[in-house]
Design a protein around this ligand. Structure first.
Ligand code: SAM
Ligand code: DTB
Ligand code: SF4
Length: 332
């Protein structure tokens, strides 16, 4: 599909109509679009590392790293470059093709950015793609990262503009869109998605996807996170109430994202640790073609590598541009 054929004028009604389709219709549509654009049996693997953990001044109600919630997360300083590169080397050996570094900052300081750029250069030298998520960026900071060799910047819109004030008060939706614009203008690939299961409605999920798909260019990577409920955060306990969402609704969200952004990598992101393998398989059928691979996300657990290798083996899925995971793990 050429860039000119991609739609950037989705309406709320069109998107909600996709969400409302009978499940099998939606899955068929999503898988058809997926096959027109991607090999349906290949999934891209990104490994995450928290390079600066906890103590964040922001108040995102889902986040275990916000300083104002008692979540038991230990505050740590920015990691030394060598320690990050040692972890990246292990991720590469385990089969990852992209390495993502996350920092619990509102926005990076100049000196911090220098250190992150050293990390980016070290990871690139290993032959992996690089992604960082450091909070808000101005145009000059985005340009510095681009000049430093960064491939992707992750900055999520998180939810719909309407629901957003229920979740974050310390930065606005426009601040987020502004950062995305700075990243795009600097020539860095955009990774932007959101979280579902925070008490938002289906209309909010549709509106979040509308914001992403109606950007001047679709994000190259769209992470869809299922809320990881962490004790101490204000949204903890969401799934015990009627406000949580079930796996089918999560799978529908993936399918609609796939249909709306046919050429983007849609990532089945946080939430796999507690998700049955059958539900993950349905996410792949719905068009998810990227995962976080490695035993930890930023601060919370993710499935073990050998568990993912076994799942891929059972589904006949191969990592994109990587080695055969089952073989790699058998050799360990
Ligand atoms: N501080 C930076 C920022 O917020 O832009 C970067 C790191 S932040 C942890 C990156 C993203 O992780 C958030 O935007 C959010 O979408 C996701 N995230 C954080 N906590 C989560 C949780 N408990 N469940 C699901 N996703 C989460
Ligand atoms: C994204 O969309 N999900 C990742 C990554 N981008 C940085 C983060 C998930 C974090 C889950 C909670 C944690 O482990 O702290
Ligand atoms: Fe801070 Fe990012 Fe967590 Fe928000 S999501 S509290 S900005 S680390």
């Amino acid at each position: 599909m050429t860039a000119a054929e991609l739609s950037h004028d989705w309406t709320q009604g069109e998107i909600e109509a996709l969400f409302d389709l009978p499940f099998n219709e939606l899955m068929f549509k999503a898988q058809t679009v997926h096959r027109q654009n991607f090999d349906p049996n290949k999934v891209q693997l990104s490994t995450l590392l928290s390079i600066k953990t906890g103590g964040c001044p922001e108040d995102c109600k889902y986040c275990p790293q916000a300083a104002q919630y008692e979540t038991g997360v230990q505050v740590e300083k920015l990691m030394p470059v060598e320690d990050v590169l040692a972890d990246a080397r292990m991720a590469k050996e385990a089969g990852a093709t992209r390495y993502c570094m996350g920092a619990a900052w509102r926005t990076p300081k100049d000196k911090e950015l220098d250190q992150v750029i050293e990390m980016i250069q070290g990871v690139r030298a290993m032959g992996m793609e690089t992604c960082v998520t450091l909070g808000m960026l101005n145009a000059a900071q985005a340009t510095r990262l681009k000049d430093g060799g960064l491939d992707y910047y992750n900055h999520n819109v998180d939810t719909s503009e309407d629901f957003y004030p229920e979740i974050i008060s310390t930065r606005t939706y426009d601040d987020r869109l502004n950062t995305l614009e700075n990243v795009r203008d600097a020539g860095i690939n955009v990774c932007s998605g959101g979280i579902v299961g925070m008490g938002e409605t289906r209309a909010d999920r549709a509106k979040m996807l509308m914001t992403l798909a109606n950007l001047p260019k679709h994000p190259e990577s769209v992470p869809i996170n299922m809320l990881v409920e962490v004790e101490g955060t204000p949204v903890f306990g969401m799934s015990d109430s009627t406000q949580g969402i079930d796996n089918f609704e999560f799978i529908r969200t993936i399918a609609v994202a796939r249909i709306m952004m046919p050429g983007s990598f849609v990532r089945l992101s946080a939430g796999r640790e507690t998700m049955p393998e059958e539900a993950q398989a349905l996410c792949f059928l719905a068009g998810a073609n990227s995962i976080f691979y490695g035993e930890k996300l930023l601060t919370t657990p993710n499935p073990q590598n050998n568990k993912d290798a076994a799942l891929f083996d059972r589904l006949g899925i191969m990592p994109l541009e990587g080695a055969d995971l089952a073989t790699l793990n058998a050799a360990e």
